[in-house]
Design a protein around this ligand. Structure first.
Ligand SMILES: [Zn+2]
Length: 238
């Protein structure tokens, strides 16, 4: 089964991080594939993503990032990305300044994603605009769209995030930046089928993010699901 990092930034933004650098880092610990998308600070676009994927088509999985305040353009841009082979979209409600469940701004992005059978990953560290209840609303509104809560609602609301992920079949918790104790409880209470490994590259300690899943997985099978199996299923990767 593939080892797949579900959350890494590339391009130029808060850092400069190329597709080659992503792959070199993957090779240090034997990771097979990585979901890549742009940094979401300030102005950003998706232009470099296909270039990186072309260099490493078997290793890098293209996701877009859009700012829904570019109202009509955001949905059109996302649709263009899906037509080019992108597999999902990253949203950052805090940095871009929108409420995740804002119907006017965000529904069109989920509608396009549903049409192209994509996956949505959203910064989910329990800030005002992306607290777990915002995810709950979107998961119920779009039950066919797989929705990943990056950072599991840590710091304040990781326990609520577990409850809501248990209530919504399409809501998953992605573990980047979540410390050991909380990671162990999330894995224990939510179960391996709803937990997805990501590293928030290039920002986090890559090996530590990987090792914490290994440490808290109850068995090899659970580890395989969390470290790549679940996201592979959502993306239709065999
Ligand atoms: Zn991130």
């Amino acid at each position: 089964m593939y080892k797949i990092d579900a959350h890494t930034h590339v391009g130029e933004g808060a850092a400069v991080w190329t597709g080659q650098q992503v792959v070199e880092r993957m090779d240090t610990i034997g990771v097979d594939k990585t979901v890549i998308f742009p940094f979401t600070e300030g102005y950003f676009n998706n232009d470099l993503i296909p270039q990186y994927v072309e260099e490493y088509p078997d290793r890098l999985i293209p996701f877009a990032a859009v700012n829904p305040w570019n109202t009509h353009e955001a949905a059109d841009e996302l649709e263009r990305c899906y037509q080019k082979g992108f597999k999902g979209v990253k949203l950052h409600p805090t940095l871009c300044g929108f409420r995740l469940s804002d119907k006017k701004l965000v529904n069109p992005l989920f509608e396009v994603t549903e049409a192209y059978k994509g996956v949505v990953i959203v910064h989910g560290s329990a800030d005002l605009y992306n607290c777990p209840l915002e995810f709950d609303r979107m998961a119920r509104r779009f039950p066919k769209v797989p929705l990943l809560m990056a950072h599991c609602g840590f710091f304040w609301e990781w326990e609520l995030a577990i409850e809501l992920a248990l209530e919504n079949d399409n809501l998953y918790l992605e573990t980047s930046r979540v410390p050991g104790m909380e990671s162990s409880k999330i894995i224990e209470k939510l179960g391996a089928t709803k937990v997805i490994w990501g590293t928030d590259g290039p920002f986090c300690d890559y090996e530590w993010e990987f090792n914490k899943i290994k440490r808290y997985a109850k068995c090899e099978h659970d580890f395989d699901l969390m470290i790549g199996g679940n996201i592979a299923n959502l993306l239709g990767i065999q």
